[in-house]
Ligand binder design. Structure first.
Ligand code: PLP
Length: 406
């Protein structure tokens, strides 16, 4: 039995007030709040156990290294990767996708080669590919979403040509909440030898992930959306792809030997991790993932899906509210506009006065905004600690915004 009140008690910030009202935090799509176990791990990491990793031969360095390195295994377990050697630790999804763009795609792709993207990608899964377009003449091919915001895997596969070298696709839209059948895409793409990168930044938060079952080549996650610290994250890279990839950032830690004339790189995955990493952040991410696995990603998904259905039913009663995206099985992420000229920023400011935290803007999804024909939306994104009462408060605040702005 999912006890949401017990979970809420684990998140200290949820008991604070904002603008004199109890906080209703619905900006989880941007970044999630942290449970006390994560906050405590960060405090302990700095107060009692801090030193740089990998290079010291003293007690604290060994302790920090042991804790930091153990997170690789925790992430492998969370994603059901076959081996922790397929996990590259980094600062988040943006770094992970850039690593693939610079390290795997840049040396391999030539002018005229194609990368397939959906129109609902986040800029983190667009701009690194624009670099290849600008610098190497790579062609970006865009697949539209259907009117309900769903993405037909077959439409992605139909875009493949002999020139296609990569499909880079989100598992979950940060704007529409659409969940993508990435397994169907990898199955069809691999049949014709095309690798698939999955942006799991949102998808990993809302449902269990099994990278072996999805059979993707790359799967990027970001710690701060997974209830862990910002500046933490990882990317799963399939062994064969890892062998094909050249290092992206050079520096300490990613080498075995350096002389004036030569450099011998470390073995993967360390080969792709240069410089002093986010030590305590990564340790905090490990604690967050253990917390999520203890609650159970299936249980979190069921809770959030019930919230989604409750919210969708409530929104149906508001005939002045436009919700973008109605794909079956979507995550509890609702992008909305009010009928008329009300700007998303004005709506979110009014909601904030009621203690309701949402995000307004383009959500780093320019092509999707163009596709939808809007410049901005107001986004309420739910997490593991949200309640039906949060939905009710949101609806009351939206009614106030409609009264004031209509
Ligand atoms: N991809 C998606 C779908 C996202 O929602 C985000 C963040 O909002 C990112 C990528 C980028 O994540 P980060 O900024 O943590 O690197």
């Amino acid at each position: 039995m999912y006890d949401v009140q017990k979970i809420r008690a684990d998140f200290p910030i949820l008991s604070r007030e904002v603008n004199g009202k109890p906080l209703v935090y619905l900006d989880n799509g941007a970044s999630a709040q942290k449970p006390k176990v994560v906050i405590d791990a960060i405090t302990k990491g700095y107060a009692e156990e801090y030193a740089n990793v990998h290079r010291g031969l003293h007690y604290l360095s060994n302790l920090a290294t042991e804790k930091y390195e153990s997170v690789r295994g925790t992430i492998a377990k969370f994603l059901n990767a076959a081996s922790e050697d397929e996990i590259v630790l980094n600062s988040g999804t943006t770094e992970g996708i850039n690593m693939v763009a610079y390290g795997w795609a840049m040396p391999r792709l030539q002018a005229g080669d194609e990368i397939i993207l959906s129109v609902m990608e986040h800029h983190a899964n667009i701009v690194p590919w624009h670099f290849l377009r600008e610098r190497q003449g790579v062609v970006l091919k865009w697949v539209d979403v259907a009117a309900d915001g769903s993405l037909d895997p077959q439409a992605v596969l139909d875009a493949i040509t002999p020139k296609t070298k990569l499909i880079a696709i989100t598992q979950c839209s940060n704007v529409l909440g659409t969940m993508v059948d990435v397994k169907a895409i990898t199955t069809g793409a691999h049949a014709v030898g095309v690798p698939v990168l999955v942006d799991g930044s949102q998808g990993s938060v809302h449902a269990p992930v099994d990278v072996q079952d999805i059979n993707c080549d790359f799967y990027a996650i970001t710690g701060h959306k997974l209830y862990g610290p910002s500046g933490s994250g990882a990317i799963f890279v399939k062994k064969d792809r890892m062998a094909e990839m050249r290092p992206f950032i050079g520096g300490g830690d990613m080498i075995k030997e350096v002389s004036k004339d030569t450099v011998i790189y470390n073995d993967p995955p360390m080969k792709f991790e240069a410089g002093t990493p986010g030590i305590v952040q990564t340790i905090g991410l490990g604690v967050a993932l253990d917390y999520l696995m203890e609650v159970g990603m299936d249980n979190i998904a069921a809770h959030e899906n019930a919230l989604r259905d409750y919210a969708a039913a409530k929104f149906k009663g508001l005939n002045w509210l436009n919700i973008q995206g109605h794909a079956a099985g979507k995550a509890a992420i609702f992008s909305m506009t009010l009928q008329g000229a009300a700007h998303a920023h004005d709506i979110s400011t009014i909601l904030d006065k009621r203690g309701v935290a949402v995000r307004a803007g383009h959500h780093c999804a320019g092509p999707l905004m163009d596709h939808l024909g809007v410049s901005a939306t107001c986004r309420a994104s739910f997490g593991m600690y949200n309640t039906t009462q949060d939905v009710d408060t949101l609806v009351d605040a939206l009614e106030l915004a409609h009264d004031l702005l209509a």
